[in-house]
Design a protein around this ligand. Structure first.
Ligand SMILES: NC(=O)c1ccc[n+]([C@@H]2O[C@H](COP(=O)([O-])OP(=O)(O)OC[C@H]3O[C@@H](n4cnc5c(N)ncnc54)[C@H](O)[C@@H]3O)[C@@H](O)[C@H]2O)c1
Ligand SMILES: O=c1ccn([C@@H]2O[C@H](COP(=O)(O)OP(=O)(O)O[C@H]3O[C@H](CO)[C@@H](O)[C@H](O)[C@H]3O)[C@@H](O)[C@H]2O)c(=O)[nH]1
Length: 480
């Protein structure tokens, strides 16, 4: 039977964009995105959507009210749906067994219980959230234990691979769609039903079907391998700084090997975002539970290297500023975990800012898309400062990069926003304290041009030379 009604539980970074694209590409299907949060749904139904994602506004505006609906009426949405996506959050557990590593599945479980309570007809339940291997089994147990007479469920795994900042493009042109399900005839029928939705815009050869557990593990494996590349290149960036090699040249040279490939080799202050750390911690925990300690510690290294990179960069900032930032004004450019998103979850900027605050610096922060309230919340919890008022004593949120940099001793680039490459650094230099420092944590600026202006520049994975006439008497040649 063709799918006529889709419901998605969870109107977040995944549920919202994914269902908007499904609605765009499947005009004959009614798509309802349901969330328990009143505030989030209100925003999805307003002119200012709750998330910033290039291209998202256009897709939502073209479908909303026609075949795309955002609602708090979870009950009605489940009742009328043939197929239900579970796109709720699966954060790292912060209490009890597996604290700090295991995925907290309470929202997935609550979604499954809602479906079990409300459903009065057959449902295909699709696990879109990122979950531990065999989580579908738990969903299945909850549904089957509460099964009403005559109602059947099929559970599929259909992990999402979109990246924030490019979500719409990733959804429209995915490298692949992955669907895992049971090998039984009814399992195959459910897989076909979900395939038929994606086939509205994706060729069949790009839709991969596997067993449920392979699909669940592939999502964790993809994130682990992606993050591993970043930790690998970041580890080599430290070797570059110690030897005079340049990490961009190294990345280019190795990336031209077709077996390695050029993507995801950008050295940085460390990876952030809501997924990489959480999913690798989850993989580590699963390995420990499976009594595979060597495998667990192998993947744990990816996280450890990321922590090292964040602290190495921040220490470099402090050491370069004569080992003290107390009372100094430091400008932070970028607070989001990457460009083209307002999301700050696990953003390395939070670590940098908290450490500098701890060292007594006064910070002026500018990000084009992150809300002031979000920055304050990120710096307040978990606390180094006791209250938002405490935070604000040493933090000023600025409306543009120029006012943020004015009268500062140093600029720290934490996010690779394009607009930071187009700033007038001559003007910025003239309004800064001297000596003026720039720490480019994203390798996006023209470092030689900055050195020529008079800046002291530090970046990741490269030593920078200063012209002889600009060298301080106490700087070692070639190193600032
Ligand atoms: N953010 C990403 O880029 C991304 C990409 C791929 C996969 N994922 C995975 O997708 C899942 C969702 O991530 P997200 O970033 O969209 O999370 P999110 O926090 O932005 O959104 C989750 C939403 O689910 C809602 N929710 C929780 N329980 C609910 C329930 N029982 N019924 C209805 N709504 C409920 C919450 O209120 C919240 O609005 C996670 O497992 C994540 O790992 C995220
Ligand atoms: O070469 C690189 C690439 C990325 N990053 C950083 O890595 C983090 C994550 O970036 P990215 O993967 O582009 O964004 P996410 O939105 O976190 O997407 C990842 O996590 C999602 C959630 O699971 C997956 O769906 C995506 O496929 C996966 O790329 C960010 O801080 C980036 O700045 C680097 O430092 N160097």
């Amino acid at each position: 039977m063709p799918i006529k009604n889709i419901c998605c539980l969870g109107a977040g970074y995944v549920g919202g964009p994914t269902c908007s694209v499904i609605a765009l590409k499947c005009p004959e299907i009614k798509v309802t995105v349901a969330d328990l949060s009143k505030e989030r749904i209100k925003q999805w139904n307003s002119d200012r959507l709750p998330i910033y994602e290039p291209g998202l506004d256009e897709v939502v505006m073209s479908c909303r009210g026609k075949n795309l609906f955002f609602t708090n009426d979870v009950h009605a949405a489940i009742l009328e749906a043939d197929l239900i996506f579970i796109s709720v959050n699966t954060p790292t557990k912060n209490f009890g067994n597996g604290k700090g590593r295991a995925a907290d599945l309470k929202y997935v479980e609550s979604a499954a219980r809602l479906i079990a309570d409300i459903a009065k007809s057959n449902k295909i339940v699709v696990e879109k959230s990122t979950v531990p291997v065999r989580a579908a089994e738990s969903i299945s147990k909850i549904l089957m234990a509460n099964q009403k007479p005559g109602i059947t469920y099929q559970i599929l795994s259909n992990p999402e691979f979109l990246a924030e900042g490019t979500a719409i493009n990733d959804l429209l042109y995915p490298d692949r769609v992955l669907i895992g399900g049971e090998e039984s005839p009814s399992g195959k029928e459910a897989i076909e039903a979900l395939c038929s939705i994606y086939e509205h815009w994706i060729t069949r050869k790009n839709i991969l079907t596997t067993n449920t557990w392979s699909s669940e593990l592939s999502k964790l494996a993809a994130n682990a391998l992606l993050a591993q590349r970043i930790s690998s290149i970041n580890s080599l960036s430290a070797v570059c700084e110690a030897t005079g090699a340049d990490i961009s040249e190294v990345a280019r040279a190795v990336g031209l090997d077709s077996r390695i490939g050029p993507k995801f080799l950008q050295a940085s202050i460390g990876f952030g975002g809501s997924c990489f750390q959480k999913d690798i911690l989850n993989l580590v925990y699963i390995c420990e539970c499976l009594n595979l300690p060597e495998v667990a510690s192998y993947w744990q290294q990816v996280i450890d290297m990321n922590e090292y990179q964040k602290s190495r960069f921040t220490s470099k900032v402090i050491e370069s500023l004569f080992n003290t930032v107390t009372g100094k004004n430091i400008c932070i450019l970028g607070f989001a975990f990457k460009k083209n998103t307002g999301d700050t979850r696990e953003s390395p900027a939070i670590y940098v800012v908290k450490t500098l605050l701890d060292e007594g610096a006064s910070l002026k922060i500018y990000d084009p898309k992150v809300l002031e309230s979000q920055i304050i919340e990120d710096l307040t919890y978990p606390a180094i400062c006791e209250s938002p008022e405490e935070v604000m004593k040493n933090v000023m949120i600025c409306k543009d990069a120029y006012s943020a940099a004015k009268e500062c001793h140093a600029i720290v680039i934490c996010t690779e926003w394009d607009e930071f490459t187009a700033l007038d650094y001559n003007k910025i230099y003239s309004e800064m304290m001297k000596p003026a420092y720039i720490f480019d944590g994203r390798k996006i600026l023209d470092h030689q041009a900055l050195v020529d202006i008079g800046f002291y520049v530090q970046t990741i994975g490269k030593r920078l030379n200063r012209p002889a006439e600009l060298r301080c008497w106490n700087s070692s040649p070639g190193v600032i």
